[in-house]
Design a protein around this ligand. Structure first.
Ligand code: GLU
Length: 459
């Protein structure tokens, strides 16, 4: 069987973490099986769907580098096809027009509630053969008895009694098809072999299987992913659930780190934590998806992110750092190469945003805040001036040369190295944290170091 998976978001918001995980699992499985991965935009709910959301989803997929082999398909462009299948079902007596008024349905519902029965359509129009004037919806003739059983690839054997399922409305009175119907037609037409999606859809599955069978189609295999919980193990808060993958980018997370984090949210391979993309593709197995919900773990994401900042091609990390520097309004043209900043900073920061914020001093002007000034005491004026003079004359600007100057001056003034290095750091960077002092000064550059020491000495 050739594997076809699809990611089928409704464009009613960003690409959030849950959606991105579904997309990743679908993508991974298609890649692993040399199959096809389809992107399908389920935009039939025209009131809630927006073009911004479509764009946000496409941007998110692009940023995560989850390429699709087909699509994006838009359901709103497939109405003719849905109409065709709908007509076929009605013609074959597998679906019917229902003329029941809103009032009748409401009264029915109230009566059922009163009797503590599950509200469901009573099938009044089911056997009506002649057309009637007035508005109607189209309902699918669900089998009245028996059960729909299927093997969920994550949860195992599941079975739903048909008596639990209603005669589902598949077209509204304005003729537009409903969600469960469009999904069925699309999965059928697109030859989807594996439906991987969140388990909030599990109750739709038996309905979709019944419709597929009525169409004479073989239902795909289903894998329903367990929920993602908040870090506290409780339901995701609105904010946690809504944060888009682009928020992670803005916070300075690398896409590779986010993918690694996502793959482990609900899937494991022994106790391995780090997966390069190629390895993920090789090792990913649907049957190893956990049944239990996974909890977000922001600490782990930061840990992974630092790992990727340290191990990825520094040129690539630098390219992404550039974006963050630009966002801070820093012109990185005049100053050290960003790739050297990455190498110097990756051990001490967890995100690219933090790296950018802590690297501004390499490029722009600096200020000395009150706390920094405390380090610049009058008795350090002489040694700092000596450092300035000797560094200005340094013939070869290198970390080693700089180191020699600093140790020389410290010895001369009978200062411990740290007692000189820290004020020097403050004088040159404006703050108290930076990479090792010789490396920091080296990257700041000879002329800038002299200027900043002058600036500090003038305080
Ligand atoms: N459009 C649905 C959603 O965004 C997904 C449908 C499906 O995967 O079958 O929740």
């Amino acid at each position: 069987m050739s594997v076809v998976t699809r990611f089928a978001p409704s464009p009613t918001g960003h690409l959030h973490i849950g959606g991105a995980r579904v997309a990743l699992y679908c993508w991974l499985y298609a890649r692993k099986m040399n199959g096809k991965f389809i992107l399908r935009i389920e935009d039939t709910d025209t009131e809630r769907s927006t073009q911004e959301s479509v764009q946000a989803i496409l941007d998110g997929m692009h940023w995560l580098n989850l390429g699709y082999d087909e699509g994006p398909y838009y359901q709103t462009k497939r109405f003719d096809r849905y109409r065709e299948v709908l007509d076929q079902l009605v013609k074959e007596g597998k679906a019917y027009r229902c003329y029941c008024s809103k009032e009748r349905l409401e009264a029915l519902r109230a009566k059922q509630m009163e009797k503590k029965e599950k509200p469901r359509y009573d099938g009044l129009c089911r056997e009506r053969h002649e057309s009637q004037p007035g508005p109607f919806v189209v309902r699918f003739k669900n089998p009245p008895d028996g059960a729909v059983a299927f093997e969920d690839l994550v949860r195992g054997q599941l079975s739903f009694n048909n008596t639990e399922l209603d005669d589902l409305i598949i077209a509204r009175s304005d003729g537009t098809p409903t969600y469960n119907f469009t999904v069925v037609v699309d999965d059928w037409d697109m030859k989807v072999s594996h439906v991987i999606r969140g388990d909030d859809h599990i109750n739709n599955t038996p309905r979709q299987i019944n419709i597929l069978r009525a169409l004479g189609a073989t239902p795909p295999l289903y894998a329903h992913l367990p929920m993602i919980l908040g870090p506290d193990g409780k339901r995701l808060s609105k904010r946690e659930g809504a944060s888009s993958v682009m928020d992670y980018r803005d916070e300075g997370i690398l896409p590779e780190a986010l993918l690694n984090y996502l793959v482990r949210l609900g899937w494991s391979h022994g106790d391995q934590e780090i997966f390069a993309l190629r390895e993920m593709i090789m090792l990913f197995e649907i049957k190893e998806i956990n049944k239990a919900p996974a909890a977000l773990n922001p600490e782990k994401l930061l840990w992974l992110n630092q790992h990727y900042m340290k191990t990825q091609d520094p040129e690539e990390v630098a390219r992404r750092l550039y974006w963050h520097m630009e966002k801070l309004g820093i012109d990185t043209e005049k100053g050290p190469a960003l790739v050297d900043i990455v190498k110097a900073q990756c051990e001490r920061v967890k995100t690219l945003k933090e790296m950018a914020e802590k690297s501004c001093f390499f490029y722009g002007d600096i200020d000395y805040d009150a706390k920094a000034r405390e380090h610049l005491t009058p008795e350090l004026a002489q040694p700092l001036a000596a450092v300035r003079d000797q560094l200005s004359q340094l013939a070869e600007w290198s970390p080693e040369g700089i180191h020699q100057v600093i140790t020389g001056v410290a010895e001369q003034h009978q200062l411990k190295l740290g007692k000189l290095a820290q004020p020097l750091r403050v004088a040159v960077t404006g703050g108290t944290v930076s990479p090792p002092i010789d490396q920091t000064l080296y990257l700041v550059g000879q002329e800038r170091v002299a200027n900043r020491l002058n600036q500090a000495l003038s305080l």
